[in-house]
Design a protein around this ligand. Structure first.
Ligand code: ARG
Length: 420
């Protein structure tokens, strides 16, 4: 059993079950690059402030570079006795360069360290999500232009309502994803501040230069209040809530397409390369991709509730509860990215049955509101016009005709009455 970096006051080694239970290395190891980046900036600042020598800072930075390569090559086992990625990297550093390695943590706590890592991580993944959203918006834009004149039935309550254009439909989703990008950009503005130098909670008596580290890490500034710096997880809650809203939009889009791909609707044909079959029924062609996106929205919503609940009852400042912020966040980001990566090529592969959609928009009673408005334009009060068109619909149903047949004749009759 290895000694802990904090075990000076302890008389007994840690219980192995506590060691296993306490560890986060199994999931926080993905933060290794962010942790190293933060540590290198911290080491350079320590040298600038005369707290370590220039030579020591260079040794620390180059050893950290080597450790990054070794971790990328998976050369180090994720031994839970290190507890977390921060202590694994520090342990490896001390093994590599001895006493100089022991100076890295000067003026720092894992509390401000993990907060830096997470902000660097959320900043990076937000950019990736934004790029994926932009790809989706450009796909929707192409579809909106291609189908700008293709009419189809529009629905409310999933009952035929009024004709719309297929292009208009894509534009509606495009608008939702544009709002998502603006939400993401807005959240990034609040996310991009540096907690480093806040220490465990109360800053440090050492002459640290918080502003310099913030600049070095391309943050827009520092988080002034040190209690807030180590215990704020708003940026995680914001990212998880934006992810949840994006998943709502994706899930609605998928639900529409699942419906349109049914034999009953037949508005869209799934491409063989993007559909799946049944192990039993030879006739089946299933929209698994769409159903999976719709289904995955559930876990993303779950993670949002998870982080809100973790944060709601903990006193200032850092509490170990906050280690629970990571798995949900990472799964949210990975799930969302996977859905966004598949949806654009999926949309591009679809064949829309625009002829059938157009036919369905001309039969039935979809022109009822247009007929009503034509009557209003002829000076008939709205309520009377509504009633009149209702009567025409009754008549059309009795004769098994589309409303247009009755309405056209009736509107012409009104015109000729007026002119005679
Ligand atoms: N693994 C910890 C976390 O993710 C790092 C911070 C630990 N700090 C502490 N004082 N125990 O929250």
């Amino acid at each position: 059993m290895k000694n802990k970096p904090w075990d000076g006051r302890f008389k007994k080694p840690m219980n192995p079950r506590v060691e296993k239970f306490n560890a986060s290395l199994a999931f926080d190891h993905i933060l290794y690059k962010h942790d190293i980046k933060g540590s290198q900036a911290h080491a350079k600042m320590l040298a600038r402030q005369g707290l370590i020598s220039q030579h020591e800072a260079e040794k620390l930075c180059s050893a950290l570079d080597e450790i990054q390569v070794e971790l990328e090559q998976k050369l180090h086992p994720l031994d839970p006795s290190y507890e977390d990625i921060h202590m694994l990297i520090e342990g490896l550093l001390i093994k590599k360069i001895g006493d100089i390695g022991k100076k890295l943590h000067t003026g720092r706590s894992r509390n401000d360290q993990v907060a830096v890592d997470l902000r660097l991580y959320t900043r990076e993944v937000s950019l990736n999500i934004k790029n994926l959203l932009q790809e989706l918006i450009s796909t929707l834009n192409t579809l909106a232009h291609k189908h700008s004149k293709d009419s189809m039935p529009g629905y409310t309550h999933l009952q035929q309502a009024q004709p719309v254009f297929l292009g208009q439909y894509f534009e509606a989703y495009l608008a939702m994803f544009q709002r998502d990008i603006s939400r993401l950009e807005d959240a990034c503005k609040r996310m991009n501040f540096s907690p480093l130098g806040a220490g465990a909670l109360a800053g440090s008596s050492l002459p640290l230069d918080r502003q310099w580290v913030a600049k070095e890490l391309e943050f827009d500034g520092i988080i002034k209040n040190t209690l807030d710096a180590v215990s704020d997880r708003d940026y995680i809650m914001e990212l998880c809530s934006i992810a949840a809203i994006i998943m709502v939009h994706l899930s609605r889009l998928c639900e529409d397409l699942i419906l349109w791909a049914t034999t009953e609707f037949s508005f869209v044909m799934l491409d063989d390369a993007f559909a799946t079959g049944s192990s039993l029924m030879p006739n089946k062609k299933n929209p698994d991709v769409l159903e999976l996106i719709r289904g995955k929205s559930g876990r993303v919503f779950g993670h949002l509730i998870g982080i809100l609940t973790v944060m709601k009852g903990i006193p200032l400042a850092y509490n170990k509860d906050m280690q629970e912020d990571k798995e949900g966040l990472f799964d949210t980001v990975n799930t969302l990215a996977a859905c966004l990566e598949i949806i654009s090529p999926f949309l591009k592969s679809l064949q829309f049955n625009t002829k059938l959609m157009h036919e369905k928009s001309t039969i039935g009673h979809l022109c009822a509101t247009a007929a009503l408005e034509a009557l209003v334009m002829k000076g008939i009060p709205f309520r009377d016009a509504h009633h009149k068109v209702g009567e025409w619909i009754k008549e059309a149903d009795e004769h098994g005709l589309p409303l247009a047949d009755i309405a056209d004749k009736a509107l012409k009759a009104i015109d000729s009455d007026r002119h005679s």
